[in-house]
Design a protein around this ligand. Sequence first.
Ligand code: HEC
Ligand code: HEC
Ligand code: HEC
Length: 479
Amino acid sequence: MKPLSVMLSMLAIGITSSAVMAEGANLPNASLPNVSPANSELVNRGAYIARAADCMACHGEDYAGGTAIETPMGGIYSTNITPSKRYGIGNYTEKDLKNALQKGRAPSHMLYPAMPYPSYSGMKDEDISALFAYLQTVPVVDEAPEKKTDLPFPFNIRALMLGWNFLNVPSTENREGLSPAQQRGEYLVNNLEHCGTCHTPRNSTMGFDKKMYLSGAQLGHWHAPNITPDESSGIGSWSEQDIVTYLKTGELEQRAYAGGPMGEAVAHSTRYLKNEDLSAIASYLKAIPAIQTDDKMSAVDVSRLPTPINESITHDLLAQKDYLAQAKTAVSNGSNAPESLYLAACGSCHGVDGYGQPDARYAPIVGLSSLRRDKPDALVNMILHGVEGATNTSPIMPGFSDELNSEQIAGITNYVRVNFGGLERSEVSAADVDRIATTGVDKPFLIKYAGLLAILGIIVAIVVIIFIIRAILRSRRRR
Ligand code: HEC
Ligand code: HEC
Ligand code: HEC
């Protein structure tokens, strides 16, 4: 009877019995595809560069493209970069790949910077040679991606990118006085891994705001936090080993978790990096200027966190089941007590005490930085919109914007911040939740007005041309 009831309760709380604790947060085992003794050393090196530059995040695990990169101007779709001659880059020469990566120039057109060439512009020629050799060995996918990029005027004029590139490429500058390991870290952070694409805020033309380098930026509903060594708003309190562990496993126990876009970066890229490369990144992130932003965070107060659970999964599940059932009944009878709301909505996955399900793949949320920030925006957005798993096989968290009202979401937010974040108090209100739910991603000035500016530009150009023609006609008449 006992095994049966365990299985039933596992089903009831939505755990797949095949779930195993991977090496870190929700990730299947890492191995480099195409790295094998049968391949040449050059190809294996190229496979590593492709991982380090995270080509798969956008071009897909099979490099067949079709992923939308959402921009304020509309979706830009990644293309097929398998060696298909018809649909991919089978006709590319090594020089063509170099131009695409370093200059944003495909053989027949300019690329949009959704392809991170402003970062890849600093890629070393020898790395591009290896990448080229590797991409020749990828299985051909003879299909075009389902969707094609179709931006509104004037952004459909790709030649405009020449002007944009002049202002914004390269996107980063090399620092002076770095050790050789830090220089390697700089190359990885700035060029291959393009960390700034998400962590550096944008200026009015959508290029990197270099003065605010790596100090955090909004990505749709996600916030990529400040990763400069500032103590209060950045990762100044992290040791180099902490950074390595986070990038290798997607998790830092009782401190931080890599969800959403960061989960993808870890899953497809950073966890494949050699330890010496991860250490180089950590050492470099410690050497960049600390920038204080208003996204401050309380330090983890371990004394206020629930004690970690060590009991076996069986014990834990059976003990939790009653709790959760009681809470669900209370909520359906109209209770708005934050604890019941948490247990009913979140407890089945994150556990009564926030440590997730031992042996299962639901994230422990105790102590996470996303719970400890002064601004609750990132956390509230996760509750509203959910968290997509880092890979196709990772469990996902559903969004609660339909199921719970703002009052209830505020209650849960305060509950997790105080009980699992260790904050002394949290006073998020229903009005705060409404504000966060309705805050659009503000488009930078030039993008908002580009249509208008382009039309004005055309009018100005026509006026100028008319003046020139008149001037020419007049001078002819005089003759
Ligand atoms: C952040 C997302 C992203 C990453 C990471 C990325 N790409 Fe791209 N790539 C794109 C998008 C989007 C396009 C299409 C751009 C356009 O339509 O202008 C593209 C286009 C290209 C093209 C041009 C194909 C053509 O149309 O001729 C090549 C080549 C390419 N990528 C190679 C790579 C390689 C190699 C890597 C890894 C080193 C990589 N990309 C990483 C998003 C990405
Ligand atoms: C595709 C966008 C993206 C890229 C690329 C990216 N990050 Fe992140 N990063 C995020 C987001 C979003 C978060 C917040 C994750 C969360 O709270 O679950 C984050 C979180 C982090 C954190 C945890 C900070 C904290 O206070 O909890 C660190 C450290 C970090 N990133 C470092 C890096 C480094 C180093 C790179 C490059 C190797 C990188 N990131 C590349 C989007 C990105
Ligand atoms: C169906 C299971 C499930 C439910 C229900 C659920 N979550 Fe999650 N949650 C997850 C999973 C899985 C992740 C990790 C996703 C990933 O790896 O990308 C997660 C991640 C998180 C994170 C970490 C985000 C980060 O990246 O920093 C927080 C915080 C969180 N959940 C809070 C909540 C709250 C609050 C509720 C209730 C309103 C809730 N969750 C309900 C499954 C769930």
